[in-house]
Structure formats: structure tokens, C-alpha cells
Design a protein around this ligand. Structure first.
Ligand code: GLU
Length: 493
């Protein structure tokens, strides 16, 4: 048997370090067994999936040196590797399940579903809806079918008993069937849900081992049942521990930069980031902290993964990155890294229009444009003294901007300007006054190049990181404040 593993990201945002972490372990597992590693794009959520996000995922994984054997961009014998291009396949398999009596068309309206759930709740029962709960009287079912009501396809699930799922790293996982609902497989728009598409594709693509984040454990019983219904052998499952913040909470962009773009922009070396991700819950047999991807592949052993939540610690990563710069880069390689990072035509070219009108000699460029080549600016509380806003108002302004930017549909100057304008109106401030503290947070000084352009050029991650940094410098947001802010922000939205 050839080992085949995969990473199956959904292209719905920034390329997450968690995706790279799971990709790395899948790649190492495959290579260690002389197998193949596949990249599949799970873009069945047509509203949230974007082509830009997909491109960023491919770019950032490649930047980290995590190469795949088959995928949407390199092709392969099991394509297409984008689920949005495989719609007919899922519809066919859903039909097979219906014909075999393992799935059914469900014509329930969303109001009826709410009522059903309410009724269960009132009766103190588990909220999982079962096929029997969802069934309509047969004449009503026929009527809705005849009249072409919108419907979904759901899988049948047992009502009682326990489902046992094996996992490479864990004891047998036990789930009561009572908790598992009649999962939707095909949505009313004909698109499959994650569950159906994932199982069908893993099978058709010959995946033998599924290494994925532990947040998917709850899906495992449904997947196992689908494999049984189809009469297919299920891949071996392995649920990896989730990455955590230093305070042990789940790694989230609210506390830590989670986008690979941020680490790239911050000037981390890809080999250091990959090395550090390899340290997440795993260690080399000799426990050394610095190792290359090749070394990791050679010595990989999944049983050395420990389940205690691995902490993604920026300080540790920064330390490791320093080792790489000092020990691995000779002057030539150092120069190459710098050129690739920011001192290249493409990036510097974006900055020239920002400085051209503001300098009289070339030697004035570097001091003026320094913020385009730095990480978090060295600012302190006193730098905001010139801003005529109370402390709470000031912090709130920055926090609201971070939240708005988190959900900005695209990162263009016009989009950012729209966000800034609407918030300035909310705070009843002139644009100039609204932008004054933003200016300091982003450029680190009170006079520099245009802040709107700077944010557009620096990108979403670095911009948000600098705004968050300014909030910290100003004393942060207390729990009480956070509550107030969130309430006001919700009303604003
Ligand atoms: N599309 C899922 C994700 O975004 C894949 C989960 C899995 O590996 O099964 O992570």
C-alpha cells in the first residue's frame, strides 16, 4: 500500500499557521513512508471561499517549503482538486445513498426545524435531530416533493448505542449515537457539505491516512458511518492537538497573529517557521530544537506526537529565527534573504510614490520610509499625548478599527478608506482627527508618509498587529471595557 496523505484547507481567509502545521505533519508522515502528499481545496462554502485566499494558501505553504505531489495547481491523476469543480460526483454519491436507504430527502422548513429543536429542548432531550423526528407524514412529503419545495439530503444515523472510532494517537474515541444528528449531506443549493465531500474525496483520491486537527473529532463518527454505507475502507485517522496561545487558550487571531503572511512580513525565515511548527507537539529523537525539514522527514515518527496542547510562542519562534540568521546565513545568503523579503523591486516600487514628493535627497528616504521595513514600532504612551481624545475613547477607536479590518472583504485602499470613514462618522470625528492616533500606531511617528497608503502596502496582518500593539502600549483593554466595546460595536454593525 502506498501511503497517501492530504491537507484539505478551506480558502476562507488568511493562510493560517494551523494549516501549515497540519500540512507539515501530513507531508512528513507521507515522506517517511515513501508516500505522497496531496493538496485539496475544500471550497464548498461558496459564500466564504475566495480565489485570493486559495492563492495565499498555496503561496504560503510553498514559501515554507511544503511541496505537494498533487493539487489544483500541479494537477494529478485524481483531479479536479477543488471541490467546487466536483459537484456532479457528490450528487451521484448522494443519490446512491438515497437509493440504498442510507439517506433521505428532507423537506422541512427552517421554522419547522426550529420548532422541532424547541420541543426537544423543552422535553429536556438532546438536540440532535434524528430521521424519525424529521419525517413528514407521507402525503405531505409527496406533496412537497411534487411541488418542488427546496430540500436537503440527510444521512440516516442510529438513535442509540455507542460509536467507537479508532485514532492513531488516542484511545478509542467513544461517542453516543444519541448526540449525532441526521447530518445534512447535500445542501438545498445542491452543494455538498464538508462531511460528504470530504469522505467521497478522501476515498476517490486514495487517501490512506488522515492527519487533521482535533476540532474534527466530532465529525469522525459520521464519516465512519458514511464509509460503512458506501462499503469503503476508511483511512486511518489521527487527530492532532490544537495549537495554543501561551495562556493555553486556542490559538486565535485576537491574541496572536495567526496568518503566515504576518510571519513572512515580519521577516521570519521560512526554514525557521517550518522548524518551529515541527516542534509543535513533536520532538526529534535527540530532542534538539533546531532541525531542517529533511531531518524531520527522516526522523519522523507519529508516535512521538504528544497530545498536551502545543504552545505557539512568538518569543520562542523569534529566538529560533535568530539562531538561523546567525548560524545558517553567510553574508551571501543573508543578503539574498533580505532581497527576497523586502528589498526588491516589487516592494520598494510600491513605496517610491509615497516618498518621492517628500524628499530632497536620497539620504532622506530611509528615515522617512523606515516603517515599511520594520515590525512593531517603538512607541510609548506619551507619543499619543498630542491626540485629543480620552484614553478610553482612543483605545476604543483603535479596537473598533482592528475589528473592522478583521472582516474587511479585500485589502485595498478604497476598502480601508470606507471602513475608516464610517468609523470616523460613528466617533463623530473629522477624518484627520480620527486618523491621528492611527498614524502614530502604524508609522510610529506623528509625521510620515500617508497612513492610508501605508496600511494598504503593509497588508492586513501587519496593520492589525501594529494597531493591537498600540492598544497594548496604551494599557490594553480590560475585561469590563471589552464588554462595553463589544456591545457598542455590535450595535454599530
Ligand atoms: N476543510 C477542512 C478544513 O478546513 C478539512 C478538515 C479535514 O482535514 O478533514 O480544515
Amino acid at each position: 500500500m502506498t501511503v497517501r496523505t492530504r491537507i484539505a484547507p478551506s480558502p476562507t481567509g488568511d493562510p493560517h499557521v494551523g494549516t501549515a502545521y497540519i500540512a507539515l505533519f501530513n507531508l512528513c508522515f507521507a515522506r517517511q513512508h515513501g508516500g505522497q502528499f496531496i493538496l485539496r481545496i475544500e471550497d464548498t462554502d461558496r459564500v466564504r471561499s475566495t480565489a485570493e485566499s486559495e492563492q495565499m494558501i498555496l503561496d504560503s505553504l510553498r514559501w515554507l517549503g511544503l511541496e505537494w505531489d498533487e493539487g489544483p495547481d500541479v494537477g494529478g491523476p485524481h483531479g479536479p482538486y477543488r471541490q467546487s469543480e466536483r459537484g456532479d460526483i457528490y450528487a451521484e454519491y448522494a443519490r446512491q445513498l438515497i437509493d440504498a436507504g442510507h439517506a433521505f430527502k428532507c423537506y422541512r422548513t427552517s421554522e419547522e426545524l426550529d420548532d422541532l429543536r424547541e420541543a426537544r429542548k423543552a422535553a429536556g432531550m438532546h438536540l440532535a435531530l434524528k430521521p424519525a423526528d424529521l419525517a413528514l407524514p407521507s402525503d405531505e412529503q409527496e406533496r412537497r416533493e411534487r411541488e418542488g419545495w427546496p430540500h436537503v439530503v440527510r444521512m440516516k444515523v442510529p438513535t442509540t448505542g455507542t460509536c467507537l472510532v479508532e485514532d492513531m494517537l488516542r484511545d478509542t474515541i467513544e461517542v453516543d449515537w444519541a448526540q449525532v444528528d441526521a447530518q445534512i449531506l447535500l445542501k438545498s443549493d445542491g452543494m455538498p457539505t464538508y462531511h460528504l465531500a470530504n469522505v467521497v474525496d478522501d476515498h476517490l483520491m486514495g487517501i490512506t491516512h488522515v492527519l487533521r486537527g482535533e476540532e474534527w473529532i466530532n465529525s469522525a463518527p459520521k464519516h465512519q458511518l458514511l464509509y460503512e454505507y458506501f462499503g469503503w475502507q476508511m483511512p486511518v485517522l489521527c487527530h492532532m492537538p490544537l495549537l495554543r496561545n501561551p495562556d493555553k487558550s486556542k490559538l486565535s487571531k485576537r491574541k496572536n497573529p495567526t496568518s503566515i503572511n504576518y510571519y513572512r512580513r515580519m521577516g521570519f525565515l521560512p526554514q525557521a517557521v517550518t522548524n518551529y511548527l515541527g516542534r509543535m507537539g513533536w520532538s526529534m529523537p535527540d530532542e534538539r530544537e533546531k532541525f531542517s525539514l529533511d531531518e524531520m522527514m527522516t526522523h519522523f515518527d507519529i508516535q512521538r506526537v504528544s497530545l498536551g496542547g502545543p504552545v505557539f510562542d512568538l518569543e520562542k519562534l523569534t529566538w529560533l529565527n535568530g539562531l538561523y540568521i546567525r548560524e545558517d546565513l553567510d553574508d551571501k545568503a543573508f543578503l539574498k534573504a533580505l532581497l527576497e523579503w523586502a528589498f526588491n523591486e516589487e516592494y520598494v516600487g510600491q513605496i517610491l510614490p509615497q516618498v518621492r514628493t517628500r524628499v530632497e535627497t536620497l539620504s532622506q528616504v530611509a528615515p522617512l520610509a523606515g516603517h515599511f521595513f520594520s515590525g512593531l514600532p517603538e512607541i510609548e504612551e506619551g507619543d499619543f499625548d498630542s491626540v485629543k481624545l480620552g484614553r478610553e475613547e482612543l483605545v476604543k477607536l483603535l479596537q473598533f478599527l482592528v475589528w473592522r479590518f478583521e472582516i474587511a472583504p479585500a485589502w485595498h485602499k478604497e476598502v480601508l478608506l470606507g471602513e475608516v470613514k464610517s468609523l470616523a462618522a460613528h466617533f463623530d470625528l473629522k477624518m484627520k482627527d480620527f486618523l491621528a492616533p492611527v498614524f502614530i500606531a502604524i508609522t510610529g511617528s506623528a509625521a510620515s508618509t500617508s497612513v492610508m497608503d501605508a496600511m494598504a502596502i503593509l497588508g492586513s496582518d501587519m496593520t492589525r498587529a501594529r494597531l493591537r500593539h498600540a492598544i497594548e502600549v496604551l494599557g490594553g483593554v480590560s475585561k469590563k471595557q471589552a464588554k462595553r466595546f463589544e456591545k457598542e460595536y455590535r450595535e454599530l454593525a
